[in-house]
Ligand binder design. Sequence first.
Ligand SMILES: Cc1ncc(COP(=O)(O)O)c(C=O)c1O
Length: 442
Amino acid sequence: MDNKSFAKENYTKIFELLKEHHKWFSESLTLIASENVMSEAVKEAVVSDLMSRYAEGWPGDRVYAGCKYIDQIELSAIDLGKKLFDAEFVDVRPIAGVTANLAVYTAFTQPGDTIISLAIPNGGHITYGKKDLGGTAGAVRGLNVENFPFDSTEMNIDVDKTKALVSKLKSEGRKPKMVIFGGSLFLFPHPLKELVPFLKAEGITVMYDGAHVMGLIAGGKFQQPLKEGADVMTGSTHKTLPGPQGGLIVSYDKYAEVLKSAVFPSNVSNHHLHHVAGKAIAFAEMLNFGEDYASAVISNAKKLAESLAAKGLVVLGEKYGYTKSHQVVIDVSMYGGGGIIEKELEESNIIANRNLIPGDIKAGRHFRNPGGLRMGVQEITRLGMGLNEMEEVADILYRVIVKKEDHNKTKESIRELKNKFSSVKYTFESNGEAYKYIKIRI
Ligand SMILES: Cc1ncc(COP(=O)(O)O)c(C=O)c1O
C-alpha cells in the first residue's frame, strides 16, 4: 500500500475507533479508581486553541509572546486552586502527577538521599519506587527508598514501627530527607497527625501524594494534608478531582520559589495550556459542587464495599468499615486472581483494574495476576448513582466474579442501569450525554 493510502486508511480508522470507544464506555460500568468523566465545560476548555500554544515560565514572566489571555487564565486557575485547597501556593503547570512528584523530589532532595514511602503492594505508586523496580524516586532522582512498615489488618501505615525505622536509619547515618504519605491503593487517611510532629522534630520534609484523593480533599471530606502538617501536596487533576489529565502542586509561600524552579525549567518546558484552562474550570466546579460530590463518593464506596461483603466477597479494610475514600478493594485470589477477573469483567463491560495487595509478593503473586481488584466509584457517582445503585452494582459484580454469569446477560443489566444515568452531575450545565463523541470536522 502506498503512503497516501496507508495514511488515509488509518486516518479513517482512528475516528471509527474513537466512536467505538465512546459507545463502549457509555454502555459500561466504569470503575477504574484513577479515572473520571469530565463535564462538557472542561471538555470545551480542553479543545480550545490553547492546545497548541507555548507559555514557558510563570504568568507575567514568560519566555514566549502571545500570552495575554493565557496568563489571565493561569492566574485564575492558581487563585481558584488556592481557594479550593485553602493554600498559599499552587502550581498548575505539572503535566502529570508523575511530573509533580519529580518536581518535589527536585526541590527537596538530592541524589543519594533516603526517603520513606509505601511499598507498591501496600499501595505505593511507582513514582516513589526503588531503583531496581524502575521507580521514579530511585531510577530517575537517585534516591534510596525505604518503605513504611504497614499494618494490613488496618490497611494503614504502622506509626510506632515507622518511628522505630526513622530512628534506626538515623543511627546508621541515613536519616530520611523526606517522607511521602499517600498512595494508589488508598482506603483510609494516613496518620499525619500522629507522625508529623515526630518527623518535623527530626527536620524531615513531609510530602503528601494526594493524586487519588484530590477531589475528596477539595470537597473537604478527606484528611486535609497541609493543615495536618505536610509541607507540600502533589496530585493528579483527573482522578477524584474531575479535571483534565494533569498534575498539581499545593504548598506554602515559603517554598514557592524552590518549587516554581523545580517545575520550570527543571521538569517541564512548555506546560499544557489547554489543560490549565480545564483545571481552572474543574476547580470552579469543585468550589461549587465539590462538597456534595465528595460526600456522595465516600458514602457510595462504603455502600458498595458493604454490599460486596454481604455477598461473601473478601473486601479489604474490614476493621474500619472497608473504606473512607472512593476506593473499594477486594481479594479475588480465590477466583483466579486480579488479572483473570479483570479480563472477565471487561468482557461483561465492567472496567476495573487488578491491583497488588498486601501479602501478594509473599504468596508468589505479581502484578500481571495479583490478588486484588481495585475499584473506584467517583465516575459513577458523577453520573448521579447513589446508594441503591451501589447495591445493584455489587450484585452485578458478584454475578460475574462468583457466578460466572453469561456476559450478554450482564451487559444487558449494565445497559439498563447506565440508561438511567447518562449525564454528568455536579456541574454548572450538562447536555445529558456524558460519553458523547464530539465531532468538530464538517
Ligand atoms: C498515588 C499516585 N501518584 C501519582 C500518580 C501519577 O499520576 P499521573 O498518572 O497523573 O502521572 C498516580 C497515578 O495513578 C498515583 O496513583
